[in-house]
Design a protein. Structure first.
Length: 394
């Protein structure tokens, strides 16, 4: 049953209890960590919430960040004791489907059936040959779609049906090697974990020494308590309003355009050779509003507010290749920006800016103009209108 987005006059008892438990969890995490990315954890829990809605496809997340950024210790470790969570340490072409149904050697899909699978180091896929990576990507497309009939020669092979949510921690290197899946339909949306001030992080880590097990077990217990009680009501999932839906639709289109891979020549000046059509907005267009709805019911609300929409904004920007997202986010929609100012603002070298601006221009997102201050970049008219709807300035 879908509800309207009009907030109730007063928070419900479930919402108040949930808010108190969430604040207690946040306070504990802040006590032991330096500037932890609480919103990322909130997003991960929202994706997990979606797993238990029988009427939707799963939401898959890449947690992208450098080693030691907290994406595993804060993003995955607290989830271990949540219902039906399975942690997987390795990934090979035989991980999902082995053919030995009903035995201890059954593939992961058969063992899990339906549930949440977490990969603390999905980047291990980069050590595999191209053929193996493509095979794994093919299997994962079947997993996302919820049914597969693997033909691997094993007499015990059986069709699989189910729903599996995948949350995978990866380093930024994944973007170069996983981009080949975009032409075939990427199922992941991204959450980025930034590298924070090194000495401050080291100081916080030093303060945890001798308490690591207690911190871990307490966070896990807090997560279970917050997630399971009060019970999440899947029969009352709110829907975005018309204006919120319009925002989400434009976010989805922006994400799909900006993560399109531009093909360049292999040699010479690496000139742009081809611009594939951007992926359709179907998957992203479902995932963003789904995350908004699940974030609302995770916090036991029967309406959608700005904190829910902010989840979609974060995912939309984080799912764009990193440098592209930094550039486009730094260009004021109504003014444009001088090239020198852009370089100073986002702290990249001129050749990197040139490379990315060329691709943004090829995608019809940015245009170059020259005025009294010199070379400037501004959003194209059509893209600017979408941007202003998706990311309105308060």
């Amino acid at each position: 049953m879908a509800l309207t987005t009009s907030p109730t006059l007063a928070p419900s008892p479930s919402e108040l209890i949930s808010a108190a438990k969430w604040q207690s969890t946040v306070d504990y995490i802040n006590r032991w960590h330096y500037r932890p990315d609480i919103q990322s954890l909130d997003i991960i829990l929202s994706a997990i919430t979606g797993q238990f809605d029988p009427n939707s496809q799963p939401i898959w997340l890449f947690l992208i960040g450098p080693s030691g950024s907290g994406k595993t210790s804060l993003g995955l470790t607290p989830l271990i004791n949540l219902p039906n969570v399975h942690e997987v340490s390795t990934l090979t072409p035989h991980t999902w489907f082995s053919g030995y149904i009903g035995s201890k050697n059954a593939g992961l899909a058969a063992r899990v059936g339906s549930g949440i699978v977490t990969f603390p180091d999905f980047t291990c896929i980069l050590s595999l040959r191209d053929e193996s990576r493509h095979e794994i990507a093919g299997h994962m497309r079947l997993i996302f779609d919820g049914h597969a009939s693997p033909e691997n020669g094993a007499v015990t092979a059986e069709p699989w049906t189910g729903k599996i949510t995948v949350i995978a921690a990866v380093t930024p290197a994944i973007e170069k090697y996983w981009s080949f899946t975009r032409d075939m339909g990427d199922r992941f949306i991204n959450v980025r974990w930034d590298r924070l001030h090194g000495p401050s992080v080291a100081k916080a880590s030093r303060g945890q020494q001798g308490n690591e097990l207690v911190i871990r077990s307490t966070m896990q217990a807090n997560m279970v308590d917050f997630f399971t009680s009060p019970r999440i009501n899947y029969s009352h999932i709110p829907e975005p309003s018309e204006s919120q839906g319009n925002q989400l639709d434009n976010m989805a289109e922006i994400t799909c355009i900006l993560r399109t891979q531009v093909t360049r020549e292999a040699n010479g000046n690496r000139e742009i050779r081809d611009i594939p059509q951007s992926e359709g907005t179907g998957r992203v267009g479902r995932s963003l509003p789904a995350m908004v709805r699940y974030h609302a019911i995770l916090h036991r609300r029967d309406y959608i507010n700005d904190s829910d929409i902010n989840v979609a904004r974060r995912l939309s920007i984080d799912s764009i290749p990193y440098t592209r997202s930094k550039i486009i986010s730094a260009i004021p929609p109504d003014e444009g920006i001088a090239a020198d100012s852009l370089l100073e603002l986002i702290q990249i070298n001129p050749s990197t800016l040139k490379w990315n601006i060329e691709e943004l221009m090829a995608l019809g997102v940015v245009r170059e103009v020259t005025n009294l201050v010199g070379k400037c970049y501004e959003m194209t008219s059509s893209f600017k209108e979408m941007w202003k709807v998706a990311f309105p300035i308060a």
